[in-house]
Design a protein around this ligand. Structure first.
Ligand SMILES: NC(=O)N[C@@H](CC(=O)O)C(=O)O
Ligand SMILES: [Zn+2]
Ligand SMILES: [Zn+2]
Length: 343
């Protein structure tokens, strides 16, 4: 029996939601991951240090202390730089999240005019607080498949040039353009890659009928982009690390005439990744991607605890849905059987 033991992985981009959904899904992550960067796009969003602290307490009440939620603030044009710096200094927050207004789920309170957050970004650069970006422009003229590449040119690169020292994570990258941009920059820039973007391309969403459970933002691109993401994730380059962007929505909100964006992958992420990395001939690179590169970027220790995966001869079973008090949530289906089981 083949086994693989890793330092316990972390998830550097995760949606846990709140209330009944949080209660129903938090264990799916806490079972395998030691820490996660918790996205702040609740309704209403997590914008102050006090709100982040209260949200952290609600998460810990569900997970218990074996899991460490690393909190983020949702950047708005009214964000107070002093509050951000104080929350960071007090150990309440790890990073700040930039959503262009209207770019994705619950982003209406995000940023419209990037000049209006310059003061916050400068304070973050000085204090060493990373900025996490949902990297898509919202200009209706720009095709949805081009929105990430245009964001890099029009928004991200100008922000980084005018804010020296600002550490940035490009979240959930989906294009070869983003991979190339990270590779061209110094190591104050990192990027998370999701599990699902290593598995699906846009055909999975659209061929043979529309598949709402494969719809997320940024939307999956053509196959050449998936291959670029896979090459980056398996390259050993420490600037690329796992952020699942596991984003639960109740099935009735996904299977709708206007379905929500988000794939829920917490349950089977580690099994899928082991399989994908093995198929790419890079099983030895999984440890860096899921357990070492993220802590290195965030200047945190690698976890002492471990996680062991075992390869079976027969496919492992996992639930197709998680029942939550907020309704059932469909678990991402990679479209192939999984043989790696987390022990
Ligand atoms: N990725 C998604 O498609 N959805 C996320 C938001 C986000 O990460 O952009 C969500 O909150 O549902
Ligand atoms: Zn996003
Ligand atoms: Zn997300």
């Amino acid at each position: 029996m083949q086994t693989l033991t890793l330092p316990r992985p972390d998830d550097w981009h995760l949606h846990l939601r709140d209330g009944a959904m949080l209660t129903g899904i938090a264990a799916e992550t806490a079972r395998h991951f030691a820490r996660a960067i918790i996205m702040p796009n609740l309704v209403p969003p997590v914008v102050t240090g006090a709100e982040a602290q209260a949200y952290r307490d609600r998460i810990l009440a569900v997970t218990g202390s074996g899991f460490t939620p690393l909190m983020t603030l949702y950047l708005t044009e009214a964000t107070d730089p002093a509050d951000v710096v104080a929350a960071h200094r007090a150990g309440i927050i790890t990073a700040v999240k930039l959503y262009p207004a209207g770019a994705t789920t619950n982003s209406a309170s995000g940023v419209r005019d990037f000049d209006r957050v310059r003061g916050v970004l400068e304070a973050m650069a000085q204090a060493g607080i990373p900025l996490l970006t949902h990297g898509e422009v919202t200009d209706p003229e720009i095709d949805i498949f081009d929105r990430e590449a245009v964001f890099i040119d029009r928004v991200l690169d100008p922000i980084r040039r005018t804010t020296p020292g600002l550490r940035v994570v490009m979240e959930h990258i989906t294009t070869s353009d983003a991979v190339a941009y990270v590779q061209s920059q110094p190591d104050d820039l990192g990027a998370t890659i999701t599990t699902h973007h290593l598995v699906i391309n846009r055909n999975h969403i659209l061929v043979g009928g529309i598949k709402p459970h494969y719809y997320c933002l940024p939307v999956a691109k053509r196959e050449t982009h998936r291959q670029a993401l896979l090459a980056a994730a398996t390259s050993g380059d420490a600037r690329f690390f796992l952020g699942t962007d596991s984003a639960p929505h109740a099935d009735d909100a996904k299977e709708s005439a206007c379905g929500c964006a988000g794939c829920f992958t917490a349950t089977n992420t580690m099994s899928i990744l082991a399989q994908v990395f093995e198929a790419a001939g890079a099983l030895d690179k999984l440890e860096g991607f899921s357990s070492r590169n993220g802590p290195a970027f965030y200047r945190l220790p690698v976890n002492d605890a471990t996680l062991t995966l075992e390869k079976s001869d027969t496919p492992v079973s996992y639930p197709s849905k998680i029942d939550t008090g907020a309704g059932p949530v469909t678990v991402f289906d990679p479209g192939f059987p999984l043989y790696w089981r987390v022990l």
